[in-house]
Write a protein that binds this ligand. Structure first.
Ligand code: ADP
Ligand code: MG
Length: 785
């Protein structure tokens, strides 16, 4: 373990201890125990925390700050600056030397406040101020009850004149009746049914905000109270745009408003991580952004709509900025230097001349993006997205050729053997005539064959190697790996991706699952994104039809017709990946479907592919299907992306509503790859309006990017295929669908920051670094609970 690892192991519990109120409950046996074991290389840290358990809470907080600073070298986040003694600084905090990391109990919100806030996951002042309102109510111009019609709901304000408890004579209902006067001098009565205790909560002369339904009896105005608050002097719930927080039973709005107010009050000026950049002013990245101080104050207690809008913009910007920075820092950061390739027009021309077709405009554009990255001195890290068949491989081939011209080796890694073989065949077709030597490396090869490949790679005789995970085995040694290409990113973990990147070659990730740009930028913040959003000419779009379940047999009658013409058919049934047991059910469902079809279509040769099969067996089934040894393949969703079955012209998808749109589109991409007219039938297991509306998107569009956008809009990001595994960004306020512009801007800024300061070590970025850590901890904490 390196000292850095040790530091990290120590920092995490220390920060959590700080964030959870310094109660010495984070480490079993106490914080000092932890230091006895792990702290040996850091005697100053051990000294700082000596006798921790006996210290007062505020001493503990102070010592924790010292220890954390000793370990990670970042200055105190705010307020006290370099001075470790509590002393109010002009830009810092007055009330009790609070800062963003202080536990909320420092705000003296009264007994029980801490518990209530903790229930909402709010532990530190930072948590509190970054718990934004869910929505707002405009109560600037409070209505007079006089203007409200009978039976309408209203929120009104009034001063208590008198109060009484009465019992209705007939049914014995207890009524609390309170006489109030509104700001215009009109009197009215507020009525509570069967809540006699309310009487005690209301004092004469108090100011109340009341929501409820209005009743008019002649000149008598009453309101049947559904909700009320005592203003208690702090006019946080009336006469303004009022925040409404995500609350919980027992944790009321009035309390949360007061807590937020106190939190804001504690600061004369909220420290702003972007202040150094805002002062430079000229920086386009931050121009027009309000200060964090303004943003937080306005987000909680807006003075006007425009101000609120600006405030929310800033908070969203920060959220995406911190996320991008985090991703970029984690992934080792593309600001690092990579290799510089020489690219001449002759090289590109030679490649083009050898192609049997002309590149599409989209391919040309993406190729240019790739080549300019390769020429640049930064390490290329680019995601190339495009529908199946959009010609990603051709672009990859061009890049590999350029690498070979520079005497660098290239590697392409695919998730399965069959895809690796297909890529190998295609790339050989493109590159062999140009004098590039290629090798294939997959697990099923004999030891001797593999050894041959290892030798040639090490000697530099092989320019381009195509393979599976076999490429990242220890034995594989390149003479000089300059370009790595990874197909179908999300199947590989980040670690596997890193394994291939040890020598920091330029990197292209190819994905046939288009995801909206906004999502790509946040999920793969470390990758630039290129899109091949155009298919080569002459492609016939797959004719698509949604069929209700009761007409299902028509689909199979059609299948029979296609098979009679010598074509092949896919039938896909959804797979649920969550649990083993369900997996078995799936298998049962797929088997049952196969048996049903065998009875229904006795002449048809049918086979089955499912997720429980070993990889080699899956590959074998696909090979036989490709070779035309059977006609109809029943499968759960495991059929390989991108495997070409030229004779397959029909895709039938059972229970199509259970798939994401992007996934349906991708499944459909598996037919019509041999120039024949192709069809896709979506059988809707359930035909609600919503389902049909969603499935119609597929019927009407063939554009993977459009479909992915729609999917995001209709189902939310968590449902996009491939995204679940990668983990969704944890957004509080940002929205992947509507905040595209902010995302792009925040990302460009994040890049600029890291270009100047790759590890955020510069003093001016200290606050920023602390924010990133703090938010990561908050997320980590949620994982723990
Ligand atoms: P992807 O990798 O995006 O699925 P490929 O690069 O494998 O797509 O291309 C799919 C098919 O289209 C291949 O048979 C390829 O030869 C062909 N192709 C690629 N680009 C073009 C083009 N510009 N014009 C015509 N055919 C093309
Ligand atoms: Mg491909």
């Amino acid at each position: 373990m390196t000292p850095q690892d040790l530091k990290d192991r120590l920092l995490r519990p220390l920060r959590r201890e700080l964030a959870t109120g310094a109660e010495d409950k984070v480490v079993a046996g106490g914080l000092e125990k932890l230091l006895e074991n792990l702290g040996q290389p850091f005697p100053e840290v051990q000294a700082a925390l000596r006798g921790y358990r006996q210290l007062t809470p505020s001493e503990r907080v102070e010592r924790l700050h010292q220890a954390i600073q000793l370990l990670d070298g970042t200055p105190r986040p705010s307020g006290s600056g370099e001075n470790p003694q509590p002393s109010p600084s002009p830009r810092g905090l007055e009330a009790g030397n609070l800062n963003f990391d202080s536990p909320v109990e420092g705000l003296s919100l009264g007994p029980g406040a801490k518990k209530k806030l903790n229930e909402l996951g709010i532990r530190s002042v930072r948590d509190l101020l970054h718990t934004y309102p869910r929505r707002y109510e405009d109560r600037r111009t409070l209505q007079s009850l006089r203007e409200v019609e009978e039976g309408q709901k209203a929120t009104v304000f009034g001063k208590v004149l008198s109060r009484e408890l009465v019992k209705t004579p007939k049914r014995g209902i207890q009524l609390v009746q309170v006489r109030l006067m509104d700001a215009w001098g009109w009197k009215f009565t507020a009525v509570w049914f069967n809540q006699p205790w309310v009487l005690k909560q209301i004092a004469e002369g108090a100011s109340l905000v009341i929501s409820g339904r209005v009743q008019r009896r002649g000149a008598n105005l009453s309101i049947m109270v559904e909700y009320f608050e005592d203003e208690a002097g702090e006019s946080l719930s009336t006469g303004r745009i009022v925040p409404v927080y995500p609350a919980k039973e027992g944790v009321g709005q009035a309390f949360l408003r007061r807590a937020a107010w106190r939190g804001l009050e504690a600061f004369s000026q909220i420290p702003d991580p972007l202040e150094p950049y805002r002062q430079e002013g000229a920086l386009a990245h931050v121009s027009g952004l309000p200060s964090l101080d303004f943003a937080l104050r306005q987000a909680h207690f807006p003075s006007a709509e425009e101000a609120l809008e600006q405030a929310l913009y800033r908070l969203k910007f920060d959220e995406f900025l911190l996320l991008e920075l985090k991703v970029m820092l984690q992934s080792g950061n593309s600001a690092l230097l990579g290799r510089t390739f020489r690219v001449t027009p002759e090289m590109v021309e030679r490649f083009r001349a050898a192609l049997p077709f002309t590149l599409t405009e989209a391919q040309e554009r993406v190729l240019n993006e790739v080549l300019s990255d390769m020429q640049g001195e930064r390490q290329m890290a680019r995601l190339v997205q495009g529908d199946v068949g959009s010609g990603k491989t051709a672009v990859a081939a061009a890049a590999l050729y350029i690498a070979a011209c520079n005497n660098a080796q290239g590697a392409l890694m695919a998730p399965t053997e069959i895809l690796a073989k297909q890529h190998f065949a295609n790339l050989t077709h493109y590159l062999y005539p140009l004098g590039v030597s290629l090798d294939l490396l997959v697990g099923s090869m004999s030891a001797a064959e593999k050894r041959g490949v290892y030798d040639r790679l090490k000697a530099g005789q092989t320019h381009v190697v195509v393979g599976t995970h076999a490429l990242i085995q220890e034995q594989v040694e390149f003479r000089d790996l300059g370009l790595a290409i990874i197909d179908e990113e999300h199947r590989f973990g980040v670690m596997q991706r890193r394994a291939l990147l040890g020598s920091r070659p330029d990197l292209i990730v190819m994905s046939a699952t288009p995801i909206p740009r906004s999502l790509a930028l946040t999920l793969y913040g470390d990758l630039e994104v290129s899109q091949i959003d155009q298919l080569p000419p002459g492609r016939i779009p797959v004719k698509t039809k949604v069929l209700p379940h009761k007409l299902r047999s028509q689909a199979y009658a059609f299948a029979q017709g296609e098979i009679a013409k010598g074509r092949q058919v896919f039938v896909v049934t959804p797979m649920i990946e969550e649990s083993e047991a369900e997996g078995m059910e799936e298998l049962a469902a797929a088997t049952k479907l196969r048996n049903e079809l065998t009875t229904l279509l006795p002449e048809v040769r049918i086979d089955l592919l499912h997720g429980k099969m070993p990889a080699a067996e899956k590959d074998a089934v696909m090979e036989r299907f490709k070779a035309g040894q059977f006609d109809l393949l029943v499968s759960t969703t495991v059929i390989e992306v991108g495997v070409d079955i030229p004779q397959a012209t029909l895709m039938i998808i059972e229970n199509a509503e259970r798939f994401g749109l992007a996934q349906l589109h991708q499944l459909r991409g598996r037919v019509g790859r041999g120039g024949l007219e192709a069809y896709c039938i979506l059988i809707a297991g359930e035909s609600s309006k919503k389902t049909l509306h969603r499935l119609r998107v597929i019927e009407e569009s063939n554009d993977g990017f459009y479909i992915a956008e729609k999917d995001l809009e209709l189902r939310g990001p968590g449902e996009l295929r491939g995204v679940r595994q990668s983990g969704m960004p944890d957004l509080r306020i940002g929205d992947l669908v509507s905040d595209q512009e902010i995302i792009e801007r925040a990302r460009a800024f994040a890049q600029a920051i890291l270009e100047a300061d790759p590890y955020l070590d510069a003093p001016q970025n200290a606050l920023l670094k602390r924010e990133i850590q703090a938010r990561a901890e908050a997320i980590g904490f949620r994982e723990v609970i």
